[in-house]
Write a protein that binds this ligand. Structure first.
Ligand code: XMP
Length: 337
């Protein structure tokens, strides 16, 4: 069954057909998967494909598709930049290496990233360091490998539309140095996000991965405003884990667009067990939106707020106050940096 008539086209020329049916059912997702597997096999032959697997929805779906199509010819590289959420690298290894038997290279580059970021407080400089270092680590891994001909990317249709409209630069070939020139494999480039999720679900990825909330590339780095220190970063990671756990328990996972914590770089006085403390506040942000241009705030039940305050204060080292951000966008942005 050929739904999309993509065969024989160069990757860059593949566009979403105007009359393409939206993939809203498991049957359509299965048809798409079948066709893509066929196309990937024809494009790649017996050559090897490299993929930067972040654990985000798009790269995870691309990995699952390629594993199904070419198995061990796919080499996944998961770079842990030390700014991932609690449990994320472990989940990538569990799902792709242990369950799907992927050829996965795990690089723990935490020290390298955090050392480079030490003392850097300007948000744009932080972002550039994280992005630049990521490419460097990935390129180093790529150079160690022999016989890679293709680079797979989780480009999706809105990325292409936005880059054509000049809104966002679409990093072709991941911004890799010129000596690493690969032919692209972009099996979900004609799909919208909801379709990518449907395909991911049909490929057997866990719900936690398929319905994940958006997470910025620079990770928790933008939620640890100012110069990142390991102890404050840990407070962000632990408080975020508690927030996610409580949202899941209270049926809010998948309903609220994005929710996270921020630990700003200032301290205030508190009291614990009769003793003075001087610790950071933890800010909770929970928002809803359709296009992220304008967002509204999700108001949480009082009992949940009380419970979150209690848990975060008790369980997270270095926090003595919990605040809730009631500001929509505009005037505030979603992230703090
Ligand atoms: P803002 O803060 O601009 O965020 O209102 C809008 C959406 O974009 C995400 N975001 C990022 N995603 N790299 C990313 O990949 C980034 O540097 C970045 N900054 C913000 C943010 O999480 C929200 O969903």
């Amino acid at each position: 069954m050929h739904l999309f008539y993509l065969e024989g086209k160069q990757m860059a020329d593949i566009r979403r057909p105007d009359d393409m049916v939206r993939i809203t059912t498991p049957e359509r997702a299965d048809a798409f998967i079948e066709e893509q597997i066929d196309l990937i096999k024809k494009q790649v032959g017996d050559k090897k494909v490299l993929l930067a697997l972040s654990g985000g929805v798009d790269s995870s779906v691309v990995a699952a598709l390629l594993i199904k199509a070419i198995g061990q010819q796919l080499v996944c590289v998961h770079v842990n930049h030390g700014l991932l959420r609690k449990g994320e690298p472990e989940q990538v290894i569990e799902v792709f290496k242990n369950q799907m038997n992927a050829n996965l290279i795990y690089v723990d580059a935490t020290d390298r990233f955090l050392d480079k970021l030490a003392g850097v407080s300007d948000p744009e400089t932080k972002r550039k360091i994280i992005g630049g270092e990521f490419i460097e680590v990935f390129a180093e891994e790529a150079r160690k490998l022999d016989g890679i001909k293709f680079l797979a990317q989780g480009t999706i249709w809105p990325d292409i539309l936005e880059s054509e409209a000049g809104i966002k630069a679409h990093h072709n070939a991941g911004g890799l140095p010129e000596d690493l020139s690969f032919e692209l494999v972009e099996p979900v480039r004609i799909l919208f996000k909801d379709e990518v999720r449907m395909v991911g679900k049909q490929l057997g990825l866990p719900d936690g991965m398929v319905y994940r909330q958006p997470f910025p590339g620079p990770g928790l780095g933008v939620r640890c405003p100012g110069a990142i220190t390991r102890d404050r970063l840990e407070a962000v990671r632990e408080s975020d884990a508690i927030l996610r756990e409580e949202f899941a328990k209270n049926g809010l996972e998948g309903k609220v667009w994005q929710y996270f914590t921020v630990v700003p770089d200032f301290k205030s006085t508190g009291v614990k067990d009769g003793k003075r403390t001087f610790d950071w506040p933890c800010i909770i942000r929970a928002i809803n939106t359709t296009d992220v241009m304008e967002v509204t705030v999700e108001h949480l039940p009082d009992a949940l707020i009380d419970h979150l305050v209690d848990r975060i204060i008790k369980e997270v080292k270095g926090i003595n106050r919990v605040l809730f951000d009631y500001t929509p966008k505009p005037p505030a942005t979603v992230e703090y940096e």
